[in-house]
Design a protein around this ligand. Structure first.
Ligand SMILES: *[C@@H]1O[C@H](CO)[C@@H](O)[C@H](O)[C@H]1NC(C)=O
Ligand SMILES: *[C@@H]1O[C@H](CO)[C@@H](O)[C@H](O)[C@H]1NC(C)=O
Ligand SMILES: *[C@@H]1O[C@H](CO)[C@@H](O)[C@H](O)[C@H]1NC(C)=O
Ligand SMILES: *[C@@H]1O[C@H](CO)[C@@H](O)[C@H](O)[C@H]1NC(C)=O
Ligand SMILES: *[C@@H]1O[C@H](CO)[C@@H](O)[C@H](O)[C@H]1NC(C)=O
Ligand SMILES: *[C@@H]1O[C@H](CO)[C@@H](O)[C@H](O)[C@H]1NC(C)=O
Ligand SMILES: *[C@@H]1O[C@H](CO)[C@@H](O)[C@H](O)[C@H]1NC(C)=O
Ligand SMILES: *[C@@H]1O[C@H](CO)[C@@H](O)[C@H](O)[C@H]1NC(C)=O
Ligand SMILES: *[C@@H]1O[C@H](CO)[C@@H](O)[C@H](O)[C@H]1NC(C)=O
Ligand SMILES: *[C@@H]1O[C@H](CO)[C@@H](O)[C@H](O)[C@H]1NC(C)=O
Ligand SMILES: CC(=O)N[C@H]1CO[C@H](CO)[C@@H](O)[C@@H]1O
Length: 499
């Protein structure tokens, strides 16, 4: 932003004199306050008569320091929230260039100046302006100030509480009662409401602005990806028409909001429509399973209309269950998510195929999912490879199993001893050694391993009076392989009740 042009005219005098102590540091090194004003970082207050015909602007002190300080200067101007001008007899017109630097302005007071008009859209860059006090101001009646009348009627910027006047030749009338022919807000009409178009297609969007004075019309296309051209035409007396042509419409414009603006000296109207661009699905990402809270095959699919997703494994469609299900979220025309597995086993290893389809097409992609090595089927002692699988879990599970088994065995021995000692009745007996129950029959089942209890390795084939109730199950040991570790206790040395 070029600050220098604003201060080009009568700035030199200010610069010489007014180096106020209000300014500190680089503030004073860059900008000066107008001579007849007093300034603070947030306010410009001018209550002394001045005959200059310009709006008070902070003056750039050292024009040579260009570019590098622009951000600081912008911030200096943005920090000004209040401007007060009084008795400035030369100030007749307020223009948008006067106001556009003060982007943070909230209050503007103009008293006893000879202001005759304020440009329409003068405050286009002052979105925070919420109070304007215009006292002792007599405008020139005319279409140019109709917008102020509309602001007053709408109660914008506090104008509805003020007495505003305009001068029509010799007579001074209330602004409220000013009546100007052919001076109204423009109307706008667009051929479409929302628009749906196939990717690669072409489309023409027609927008008419009408009114008196004849408005300017334009489409805002900032950020639009598709190639676009504008073509305008005026239909006398009062229609300005503009065609926006989009060529080879891009999928990146799906959801884009196009706005047509119609503007004349009285004000601006606009209308917006949303573009929907249809395109067949693409699978942007399909990753091998990763272990998080659950195990997840991550995917990103894009398409519009939003595609439906199906998964296949070993030639069969995967039906959602509590063990395998899909979680996903929509973001514009993207679908991102996970095919989630709960405690997958070697049984789940294999290719997973994602099929994404919408009305425009279908696409597939396959990823190999490797979860676990198949367990050993042989009944022998566990091999080291088996144990390498997940060391921490193994050792933890093993210590629990061994502990529980040991406890069970000791308990049994105690019971056995007690029984032998106190109950010599011959009907009571324990048949043979401890039964061994193999876990292998469970281990091949992929889905039934969650939370299934495992029968204690030391379960006792006891008679009806046996006291071992409660010992028959060891809770929640997930991996069937742990089970084998638990078998240690069936070795005669540790577990034989006859010991
Ligand atoms: C201008 O404002 C200052 C501070 O509010 C005040 O002291 C001074 O008297 C005013 N000058 C005039 C001419 O009103
Ligand atoms: C603008 O105001 C903010 C806070 O109100 C302050 O931190 C910043 O230093 C000011 N900038 C300048 C250039 O005065
Ligand atoms: C404004 O100017 C008029 C004459 O030009 C003067 O009488 C009046 O006191 C001034 N008011 C202020 C506040 O400076
Ligand atoms: C406006 O100026 C007139 C003279 O031109 C003066 O009498 C009046 O007091 C001024 N009003 C204000 C608010 O400065
Ligand atoms: C724009 O105005 C022309 C001329 O009156 C008319 O033919 C056309 O249908 C209008 N288009 C829209 C979108 O209103
Ligand atoms: C246009 O699309 C937007 C967003 O999808 C929706 O809110 C609006 O209601 C639609 N307008 C019409 C006229 O269909
Ligand atoms: C805009 O397009 C319509 C049809 O799509 C056409 O009738 C009209 O002449 C075009 N207007 C301009 C200004 O190109
Ligand atoms: C349309 O755009 C796509 C990319 O968005 C490009 O690959 C293709 O060549 C374009 N087609 C034409 C006819 O320009
Ligand atoms: C459209 O008009 C509304 C209300 O007047 C306004 O808030 C919005 O900023 C305008 N949009 C554009 C792109 O100018
Ligand atoms: C998985 O698919 C690949 C090709 O995509 C194929 O080479 C491989 O044999 C398949 N594996 C299985 C277990 O089906
Ligand atoms: C006169 C002056 O300082 N000119 C500088 C303006 O900024 C550019 C880059 O920011 C410098 O290269 C000029 O020397």
């Amino acid at each position: 932003m070029d600050v220098w042009f604003c201060s080009a005219v009568p700035v030199f005098t200010w610069r010489l004199v007014f180096l106020s102590s209000i300014f500190q540091g680089y503030w004073s090194s860059m900008l000066d306050c107008p001579l007849t004003c007093s300034c603070s970082p947030i306010e410009i207050f001018c209550n002394k008569s001045d005959s200059g015909n310009f709006f008070p602007l902070l003056a750039l002190q050292d024009p040579a320091s260009n570019g590098s300080n622009n951000n600081d200067i912008e911030e200096l101007f943005r920090n000004i929230t209040s401007i007060h001008i009084e008795n400035w007899t030369g100030l007749q017109i307020l223009k948008d260039v006067d106001m556009e630097l003060y982007t943070g302005l909230q209050r503007l007071t103009i008293i006893n100046c000879s202001l005759r008009t304020i440009q329409a859209r003068a405050f286009a860059q002052n979105p925070h302006l919420r109070y304007m006090r215009l006292e002792g101001v007599v405008f020139d009646c005319g279409c140019e100030i109709r917008w102020i009348q509309l602001w007053q009627l709408r109660g914008e910027a506090g104008l509805h509480t003020q007495h505003l006047y305009c001068k029509n030749g010799a007579s001074k009338i209330r602004l409220r009662s000013m009546s100007i022919a052919q001076c109204d807000l423009p109307d706008i009409s667009v051929a479409h409401s929302n628009l749906t178009v196939l990717e690669g297609g072409n489309v023409v969007l027609s927008c008419n602005g009408s009114g008196s004075p004849v408005p300017e019309v334009d489409w805002t296309v900032n950020g639009l990806h598709s190639i676009n051209t504008h073509q305008s035409n005026v239909y006398w007396p009062n229609i300005h028409s503009i065609n926006l042509t989009l060529v080879n419409v891009s999928r990146d414009d799906n959801g884009f909001v196009l706005t047509c603006i119609s503007e004349n000296v009285v004000g601006m109207t606009n209308v917006s429509l949303q573009l929907a661009v249809l395109f067949p699905p693409v699978i942007l990402k399909l990753d091998e399973p990763v272990r998080r809270h659950h195990t997840c095959i991550e995917f990103t699919v894009r398409g519009f209309p939003h595609p439906t997703l199906r998964w296949f494994h070993k030639g069969r469609e995967i039906l959602q269950s509590e063990y395998i299900h899909m979680e996903m979220e929509y973001y514009q025309d993207y679908l991102e998510g996970c095919l989630t597995f709960q405690n997958p086993t070697h049984y789940d290893n294999g290719n997973y195929t994602l099929v994404a389809s919408n009305s425009l097409g279908s696409v597939t992609k396959t990823v190999y999912g490797y979860f676990l090595e198949p367990p050993f089927i042989e009944d022998d002692a566990p091999t080291p490879e088996d144990e390498v699988k997940s060391p921490e879990e193994d050792s933890f599970g093993m210590s629990i199993a061994v502990g529980l088994a040991g406890f069970g065995c000791v308990f049994l021995i105690v019971i056995f001893v007690l029984i032998n000692k106190y109950s010599r009745r011959n009907k009571f007996g324990i048949k043979g050694p401890v039964a061994v129950i193999s876990g292998e029959e469970d281990s091949a089942s992929p889905l039934h391993h969650v939370n299934h209890g495992i029968v204690t390795p030391c379960s006792l084939d006891a008679g009806p009076d046996a006291v071992v109730i409660g010992m028959s199950r060891i809770p929640v040991i997930e991996n069937p392989q742990y089970f084998r570790h638990g078998h240690n206790c069936n070795k005669p040395t540790t577990c034989d009740p006859r010991l």
